[in-house]
Design a protein around this ligand. Structure first.
Ligand code: PMP
Length: 398
């Protein structure tokens, strides 16, 4: 057979592989599957009527502007809204420190373009958000894993010799994806001080910060970093507070970084959707989120407790799990000898799915006995059913 194909991919593209897990998880779209795998927000929290109304108003009053090309940096009033939202009594963010992007996933890709040369050191929590690892990997970094414990990432690691010269640290301080863990105030302070001293920029990815349903809010790395003299690049998104299909998020960073990112974004997609930016602004400008978010938090809290209660009832005592104060995920640790991928194969046969821990680790320090559960997409009765099945399978494998 002729081995020649009519096209030649780049080396970069040829390095991409479809993971075994992704293949397994393809089945999770079948309706009979109880999937704790997806990171999909609950559609019950989408403000459909309000968004419809907002799009209607924009189309009626400013249709020709909304359907036209717009500035790369984003719709002015929305940038101003983000700047106001992220300012506090002692930290002022100006609109020229805000760039509107097409979801924080785009921000991650753009940060890869901005900071990573082949071989550049990038510090990542171990484990970290899989989607960020996929974005950064396109630019061929050398990952340096930062150890974590029950309290999240361990700041002292940033001062270690292995971290020296890193282009940035990628941190998820609130209800981390995948573990659901939150960084304490002390660790946040410690982290930004060490990053300021070591001249390592901090990328703070915070899609879930507004979804806290328990405990007390912690200051953002953005605010602590400003006061400590650290460079912080803060990522936010409308995906979890409104709806992910809007594909809109934002970056808050010093003007020198925003200016470079604007050049990068221009080359990437010119700008994010004008009409969507205007409609989101129309929907949220009069404090809609303050009315809307308590409902979403309440929904997520109930789902989270429902899953925790079911785990308490059905999982053997040797299994450990995190108790998140917000967000969408929790993290399960099986006894050391067990392998979550084996468990997944058995679980799929019984129509239950989750994501094994391994792909969330950037380096070879992966813990095969871990996995992630999402508690927001599945209805309460099915959460119970799915957890009961997992509990039974875990007992059988122990
Ligand atoms: N960062 C984290 C930690 C996430 O969990 C997600 C969504 N799963 C994203 C970024 C991307 O979100 P979006 O592009 O929808 O804003």
């Amino acid at each position: 057979m002729d081995s020649h194909t009519p096209f030649t991919f780049s080396n970069r593209a040829n390095q991409l592989t479809s993971s075994a897990i992704r293949e397994i998880l393809k089945v999770t779209t079948r309706p009979e599957i109880i999937s704790f795998a997806g990171g999909l927000p609950s559609a019950d929290g989408f403000p459909v009527a309000e968004l419809r109304q907002a799009f209607d108003v924009v189309l009626e009053k400013q249709g020709k502007v909304g359907l036209q090309y717009g500035p790369t940096e984003g719709y002015g009033p929305l940038r101003e809204w983000v700047a106001r939202q992220k300012s506090s009594a002692d930290v002022t963010i100006s609109p020229n420190e805000v760039l509107i992007v097409s979801g924080s996933q785009q921000a991650l890709d753009m940060l890869g373009k901005l900071f990573i040369d082949p071989g550049s050191k990038v510090l990542v929590e171990s484990p970290s958000y899989l989607g960020a690892l996929q974005s950064f990997s396109m630019y061929e970094p050398t990952y340096v894993p930062i150890d974590t414990d029950e309290g999240g990432l361990i700041p002292a690691e940033v001062s270690s010799a292995k971290a020296e010269g890193a282009r940035f640290i990628y941190a998820l301080p609130n209800f981390q994806n995948p573990t659901g863990r939150t960084l304490s105030n002390e660790r946040r302070q410690d982290l930004v001080e060490r990053c300021a001293a070591a001249h390592i920029p901090v990328v703070e990815d915070d899609p879930y910060g507004e979804l806290r349903y328990e405990g007390s809010p912690q200051p953002s790395l953005l605010h602590l970093g400003r006061k400590a003299g650290a460079t912080v690049i803060h990522l936010g998104t409308f995906s979890k507070v409104l709806a992910p299909g809007l594909r809109l998020g934002y970056i808050v960073a010093p003007p020198a970084i925003i200016d470079k990112l604007i050049q990068i974004k221009q080359a990437t997609d010119l700008h994010s959707s004008t009409i969507t930016q205007m409609a989101i602004y129309e929907a949220i400008k009069d404090n809609f989120l303050e009315k809307h978010l308590p409902m979403v938090r309440d929904l997520y809290m109930r789902q989270c407790h429902y899953m925790l209660d079911a785990m308490q009832e059905y999982f053997p005592a040797e299994v450990e799990w995190t108790r998140p104060e917000g967000g969408m995920f929790l993290w399960v640790t099986l006894p050391k000898h067990m392998d979550a991928q084996d468990l997944l194969s058995k679980a799929i046969e019984r129509n239950v799915a989750f994501v094994p821990g391994e792909p969330f680790y950037a380096t070879s320090d992966a813990k095969a006995n871990t996995f992630r559960l999402s508690f927001v997409t599945v209805t309460e009765d099915r959460i119970r059913e799915g957890i009961a099945i997992l509990g039974k399978l875990i007992r059988e494998q122990m």
